[in-house]
Design a binder for this molecule. Structure first.
Ligand code: ATP
Ligand code: ZN
Length: 305
């Protein structure tokens, strides 16, 4: 029987919003390109098609990404947990449950949303914030945090340059993003409480996807896994005489998946192991002293489970 009764499956394209410029723009592009997507950007276009997959990219301001997801203009977004959390907290303040969630952390754009107070003032704990004015561009997250602790404080909403507010007399404290703390220190502020540990996340709409988009999403999800698993991993490869093996293995108790393979001559073996982070020189030198030869430390690009 002909399958004309089946609905035609249109090649619906998965729409992914990323930050056009700014701190998350380049790492988000690098992640998608490591997942095999290729696309061309033109400076004035906010929309571009991937050349080799049913995916469209929306290049926007980070603050717009949660709304684009909430309104169904895109299915995925790469955005800071702080920006996502703020917009979702605003929806909750309206008494609604947002139909967008964080699916996974992506391991870049790390920072903290922290309360900071003037360095010159003493700090005895969160109760010191009662009756103070706190400047922030994350008012909903701050209100929720204050409410949980039963602290009545004023929230001064600013869209940027939050850290100069105490110096200008607009506020007594700030609630702002911190990474190194240098900007706070330059404004004579010090972080005292963390509201949120943030990083870039994959945010997704809660509505189920149509089959075509779901197929694209599940391929990409798996590729993201493979790329993130490989991130920061190194492959250690070397040869050694068989009789050096016990000594070498005692130096490799903390590596992942050490594998020993015999070589043609039978007297020696080749070894490989995974390492997380930078390989310390001392470790390589100790392996060399224990008989490792032809040592190589190689970057790992992708790791399939
Ligand atoms: P846009 O023009 O897209 O609105 P923006 O100026 O609001 O950009 P960026 O400064 O590019 O935003 O920061 C984007 C995100 O990078 C932040 O929301 C946060 O998740 C993350 N981030 C990481 N470190 C920091 C930091 N030290 N200060 C601010 N944001 C940081
Ligand atoms: Zn922004």
């Amino acid at each position: 029987m002909a399958d004309t009764a089946l609905p035609a499956v249109r090649r619906e394209r998965l729409r992914i919003a990323i930050q056009k410029k700014g701190r998350l723009g380049e790492p988000a592009r690098a992640l998608l390109s490591a997942c095999g997507l290729a696309w061309r950007e033109t400076p004035d276009r906010l929309f571009c098609h991937a050349d080799n997959a049913p995916v469209d990219l929306l290049l926007v301001r980070d603050d717009d990404i949660p709304r684009l997801l909430l309104e169904g203009h895109c299915e995925w977004g790469i955005v800071g947990r702080n920006v996502l959390g703020e917009q979702l907290a605003r929806v909750r303040e309206q008494g609604a449950e947002p139909a967008v969630r964080e699916e996974r952390a992506l391991g870049f754009g790390g920072c903290r949303l922290s309360i900071a107070v003037p360095t010159a003032l003493p700090w005895n704990g969160v109760a010191d914030l009662a009756g103070q004015r706190i400047a922030t561009s994350h008012p909903a997250l701050l209100r929720a945090w204050l409410a949980e602790r039963g602290i009545a404080a004023g929230v001064v909403t600013l869209s940027g340059s939050v850290e100069i507010a105490p110096g200008l007399g607009q506020a007594d404290a700030v609630c702002d993003l911190v990474s190194s703390g240098a900007t706070l220190a330059a404004n004579r502020l010090r972080p005292v409480e963390d509201l949120l540990a943030s990083e870039a996340v994959l945010a997704v709409g809660a509505a189920p996807l149509d089959p075509a988009r779901e197929a694209t999403a599940s391929t990409l999800r798996r590729r993201i896994d493979c790329v993130l698993r490989a991130r920061d991993r190194r492959l250690l490869v070397f040869r050694a005489r068989r009789d050096a093996l016990p000594g070498l293995m005692s130096l490799l108790t903390d590596v992942e998946a050490p594998t020993v393979c015999p070589t043609e001559d039978g007297d020696s073996v080749s070894l490989q192991a995974l390492w997380h982070g930078q390989m310390p020189w001392q470790r390589l030198e100790a392996l060399e002293r224990a008989g490792a030869r032809g040592l190589m430390v190689l970057p790992v690009e992708r790791m399939l489970a």
